[in-house]
Design a protein around this ligand. Sequence first.
Ligand code: PEP
Ligand code: MN
Length: 376
Amino acid sequence: MVLESKKQMEFNKLNITQLSAKDKPFVIAGPCSAESFSQVMETATQLSKLGIKIFRAGIWKPRTKPGEFEGVGKIGLEWLKSAAAATGMIPAVEIATAQHVRQALASGIDIMWIGARTSANPFAVQQIADTLKKELSKPTKFKRELTILVKNPVNPDPELWIGAMERIALAGITQIGAVHRGFSSYEKGLMRNTPHWNIPIELKRRMPNLTILCDPSHIGGKRELVHPISQNALDMGFDGLMIECHIDPDNALSDKYQQITPAVLGQITNQLVLREDSDCQSALAELRREIDEVDERIMELISKRMSISREIGNYKKENNIPVLQPSRYHKMVTRRVAQASELMIDSDFIKLVLEAIHEESVRQQLEYFNPHSQDG
Ligand code: PEP
Ligand code: MN
């Protein structure tokens, strides 16, 4: 791991991704929450038969409202140890406080993840990093290699996500991976947490060796979305998946609408297609060329539109007509939004685009002909 001049840290590929069979995606699976000894054992047994090597289970659950199921706590670590001993799987838990870190380490947990609500809080992440550093510096008989996965923060801020990983890296952890679980939004859409795929793609661009997993369960929030979101992620070059699996999803104590049974997970992983890099690469290169062409045309059209707009500005100035004419603008937006649905363009999206173009047109009309208005 090196600190570049631009202060962009680099991360190494995670060793754990080699744990999946060649023709299968790398998958971490397990229940949202450990609920009982038998649920943990049964889920782990079924997942292990599918060839899953890493078993996830939350035992401390951050909940939006008080009074909801907050996880079984420390006892869950014992269940995970038993499940690991019985199946040979590697357990992974979510940690959010210094105490969680100490208890997980004391129970021999080597894979931990930082949840979305925690990675949004630099104080909490720093406390985790400091505790990891302190605990790992204590003399032990054998050296441990910890893997820390950092979920994206709830808010769509790539810097906060990267910052959380940097804090962990600065504590001396070299095995760090990112988990994309989507971002909270006020608007309730098709997905529980909006994916904003450009953000993990930007992470990959800046840190090409960073391992990025996708958590389709928390992105989609619905069982039927697990498969398409997983395929989407693999097609985009994600390194693997973290999927919530429960033996009886309808009766799960948390996130029941998004958990799938191990049997369904088996069907999904059998159907997921791992595309050959070369197939993807040439198809991708072609599509990118097309995108570049379209972008160039969009630029030319915007430039043309701005030049017409400046002409209009000139006309308005000469004829003493105000620059802003709200009624004309509203008519234009209404017409375009109606047109958008015929063209399969999202109406909220097109409103944003039109607003931005309009704002720039007005700015140009005001400034182009009064370039020194600020000074006078
Ligand atoms: C979880 O993995 O169960 C969890 C709470 O996830 P997130 O932090 O992504 O909400
Ligand atoms: Mn969950």
